[in-house]
Design a protein around this ligand. Structure first.
Ligand code: ADP
Ligand code: MG
Length: 229
């Protein structure tokens, strides 16, 4: 579908509002956003501005108070759609890798494939294909707890892409890394997304990462503003 329609909208929010604490903490006020296939879009804003909240709404990890959402053609507010989104259409990367520390890289990467019943051979090939692209091929048998922070995040990128999602949601994926490692991981993530033609929505408070994305959406005072790049 993406080949036929390269400008397909993969994430859309229309007049979405979200507050917490019974409306006392208003995080997003009638925000709208549209992300098309192949785009790498930064949600750029200070800590507490609502970046994670918006990613959680797009990923069906939380529900908006009002407004419409369409993600990879499905409404993530509907529970039945969330499983489909998580298994097949969406990838997530968090600030902390959220991998299983005493399993190896390869074992961690097999989990999403197992969840969709993919065959062993095909899974192994996908593991090799992805890890080669982030320079992790020599670490497949190593346990996560024995890896560096950068290697863990590179594993997390591969895990998110295992089932070939259309859209990747990345929440401060370099936030726990030092500056140099962060740049390397960011570069690999962007390169891999472009190669696999995946749209990315990436939350960051760091201007340098936002500027390396195709589009920058400023998140501030509950609103979104596209910054000219
Ligand atoms: P960011 O990711 O940009 O740092 P968040 O989306 O995490 O910002 O948070 C935005 C605001 O919403 C913050 O003030 C935060 O404290 C508040 N917030 C986020 N999640 C919750 C929650 N579950 N309950 C109450 N307040 C929350
Ligand atoms: Mg956050």
């Amino acid at each position: 579908m993406s080949e036929k329609n390269p400008r397909e909208v993969l994430a859309q929010a229309k007049d979405v509002s979200k507050s917490y604490d019974g409306g006392r903490i208003v995080v997003l006020r009638d925000v709208s956003l549209s992300v098309r296939s192949g785009e790498v879009v930064a949600l750029w804003g200070a800590s507490g501005s609502g970046k994670s909240t918006l990613l959680h709404l797009l990923g069906g990890l939380d529900v908006p108070d009002r407004g419409e959402l369409t993600v990879c053609g499905l409404d993530p507010r509907i529970e039945a759609n969330r499983l489909e989104l998580r298994r097949h259409r969406l990838g997530f990367i968090f600030q902390l890798h959220n991998l299983i520390p005493d399993l190896t890289v390869e074992e961690n990467l097999r989990i999403p494939a197992l969840a969709v019943g993919r065959g062993t051979k095909e899974t192994a090939a996908r593991v090799r294909e992805l890890t080669a692209q982030v320079d992790l091929g020599h670490r497949l048998g190593h346990r996560i707890q024995d890896l560096s922070g950068g290697e863990r995040q590179r594993t997390a990128i591969c895990r998110a892409l295992m089932n070939s999602p259309r859209l990747l949601l990345a929440d401060e994926p370099t936030g726990s890394l030092d500056e140099t490692t962060g740049s390397t991981v960011f570069g690999l993530l962007k390169q891999l997304a472009e190669r696999e033609r995946i749209a990315v929505v990436l939350a960051t408070h760091e201007r340098r990462f936002a500027e390396a994305c195709h589009r920058i959406i400023r998140v501030r005072d509950g609103r979104l503003d596209e910054v000219a790049t």
